[in-house]
Design a protein around this ligand. Structure first.
Ligand SMILES: [Zn+2]
Length: 251
């Protein structure tokens, strides 16, 4: 396989085909900014690259937001787009050394940028996020984010802080955002979340005590919902939806 994925900020250039959106273009990666290999090129120089372009690579190409594409294609196909997006975001924000300010260079043997002056190495950054399905008998806690940007209700989620276990992050986020204590915190599954560079760790937990008290900053509203009274929930490709579906399939 060879080809080039082209991004314009947080949008991907795609071409609509009868089989859905396609994004691998047969153009020279070296003609574009930040050309980044996604796979090891063969001796013939073939491989898949990602790069940036504000111009359409071919006539008829259009821009699509990554989040929109995420809901349209299978996770296996989306993985290539997610990897490309995360690597380009990393390259955009690692042009200079964070220690001494010199322009960074490509590391000779690793997927990394290295400083020629002080040897500081910058690897692609991944931010861990915990997302938790809290159950109370046959109901689950769903929350609606503050700000009104998302049209659905979802599970409580938040970033892991420095020197915190994933389980500690689960308990802290739930206490902060909805004022509850939980017990029986268990790892469920994970999902790369390239908006722009998160890794979602999915957990389940059981309600222990407390009254739902949305923090009003991250969470505007929250409540307990059963199988028959669910509000709008996230699309099927998201880890949140997969955990919600798995809970109601098992109860
Ligand atoms: Zn440096």
């Amino acid at each position: 396989m060879k080809g080039l994925l082209l991004f314009s900020a947080d949008q991907l250039w795609i071409k609509q085909t009868t089989e859905g959106p396609s994004w691998l273009f047969d153009v020279d990666p070296l003609a574009f900014d930040l050309a980044e290999p996604l796979s090891v090129p063969t001796e013939a120089g073939e491989g898949v690259f990602a790069a940036e372009s504000a111009e359409a690579p071919v006539p008829g190409a259009e821009r699509m937001r990554l989040r929109t594409l995420f809901d349209l294609v299978a996770p296996q196909r989306y993985a290539q787009v997610g990897l490309a997006s995360q690597l380009l975001h990393w390259r955009r924000v690692h042009r200079f050394c964070g220690a001494c300010g010199m322009p960074l260079q490509r590391h000779a043997t690793e997927r990394a940028m290295i400083c020629p002056a002080c040897s500081h190495i910058a690897y692609p950054r991944i931010n861990p996020v915990v997302i938790t399905l809290i159950s109370r008998d046959d109901r689950i806690l769903l929350a609606h984010k503050a700000g009104g940007v998302l049209p659905f209700w979802s599970l409580v989620a938040g970033f892991v802080e420095a020197h915190e276990t994933l389980e500690q992050a689960v308990a802290r986020e739930i206490a902060e955002e909805v004022g509850l204590r939980v017990t029986n915190i268990r790892y469920a599954s994970s999902q790369p979340w390239p908006f722009p560079n998160n890794l979602m760790f999915g957990f389940t937990a059981e309600y222990e005590s407390g009254e739902i008290t949305p923090d009003g900053v991250e969470i505007a509203e929250a409540g307990w919902f059963g199988r028959d009274d669910l509000p709008p929930i996230p699309s099927r490709v998201s880890i949140a939806r997969r955990m919600i579906d798995a809970f109601f399939a098992s109860t």
